[in-house]
Ligand binder design. Structure first.
Ligand code: FE
Ligand code: FE
Length: 315
């Protein structure tokens, strides 16, 4: 018996779920997670996807499609690893049992995401003994340009300042909140080309619904108890959002989509009439259209989550 929001077949999409599901840390405790995730979402999918799905041969051959997925998954694997490490500081300073248990489960979720993205690189033909050098080669420059500064801010708040509320808000609004729509785009665009990758994204997306909604519920509750913290938190959000505007994120995302586009054109026959969203064939989309859509989702999700927490002034 699983909860709908963590059920492989019945859970909403990440973008819809993050805006419609309400989940509190009281409910999403360790016991909930044990049933909903290891015995729910992950049942039969220890590698994040149905083991019967294998990577199509054309995804393993040199070319823009393979380059696009390798760069994306290498980057995301490092992002997840950084999240795992940073979030462990929230476990250490969690103010009560519910939040301690929730963040302990999120640490495991993120470590698992790092694992499944990293392992999929092996499925794409990267030799195992050379994996870390390969990750650096595929994504190192983007990791240093984008993830390192975000990590630095996260560690300052969670580790150095031991600021629990600040860390929760930073993860929910600034870091995961901003990365989530790219994950949904990824699931939709890889579906016809690499169904195992799409399942990995789907599973991570189901986890992300929980991270975003529970994180928002924790922030809302903390702020209700301590309204005097609001200005400080608003200031932190603005600092985080400013960071996104100066980091070369748009450039990175667009570069990835341009590579994907070249691969898409080469393999248009495989994609056929598959629709990336209702009424729109993937083969008819452009890199600009896909990135603009993800950006629109991101803005909608952020506005909805900020309003829920009671921080709409941040916009
Ligand atoms: Fe994750
Ligand atoms: Fe997450």
């Amino acid at each position: 018996m699983t909860s709908v929001e963590a059920d492989w077949d019945r859970a909403p999409s990440l973008v819809d779920g993050a805006m419609s599901v309400e989940l509190t840390p009281r409910r999403a405790n360790l016991r909930y997670w044990l049933q909903a995730v290891p015995q729910g979402t992950l049942l039969g999918r220890p590698d994040g996807h149905d083991p019967a799905l294998s990577v199509p041969e054309f995804m393993r051959e040199p070319g823009p499609l393979r380059d696009a997925l390798r760069a994306e998954y290498a980057f995301r694997s490092v992002a997840e690893e950084k999240a795992t490490r940073a979030l462990s500081y929230l476990v250490a300073i969690a103010p009560d049992t519910d939040t301690l248990e929730f963040y302990a489960t999120q640490v495991l979720d993120e470590a698992r995401h790092a694992m499944v993205f990293r392992n999929h690189l092996l499925s794409l033909g990267v030799p195992e003994d050379n994996l870390w050098q390969a990750i650096e080669a595929f994504a190192g420059a983007d990791v240093h340009a984008v993830l390192d500064p975000l990590e630095e801010l996260g560690l300052k708040v969670m580790r150095d300042d031991a600021d629990f509320l600040g860390g929760v808000v930073l993860m929910t609004i600034v870091i995961e909140g901003a990365l989530a729509p790219a994950a949904e785009l990824s699931e939709r665009k890889w579906r016809p080309l690499d169904p195992a990758a799409a399942e990995i994204d789907r599973g991570a997306g189901i986890d992300e619904i929980r991270h975003l909604t529970v994180g928002a519920a924790i922030a809302k509750q903390c702020l209700e108890e301590r309204p005097g913290e609001k200005d400080r938190v608003l200031d932190l959000i603005r600092r985080g959002m400013h960071l996104w505007t100066v980091l070369p994120v748009q450039d990175l995302v667009l570069r990835r989509e341009v590579l994907f586009q070249r691969g898409l054109e080469q393999h248009a026959a495989v994609v056929g009439d598959y629709e990336i969203w209702p009424g729109r064939r993937l083969v008819d989309t452009t890199p600009e259209e896909r990135t603009a859509t993800a950006e629109r989702w991101s803005a909608e999700m952020k506005a909805s989550r900020l309003a829920y927490i009671g921080l709409e002034e941040a916009l």
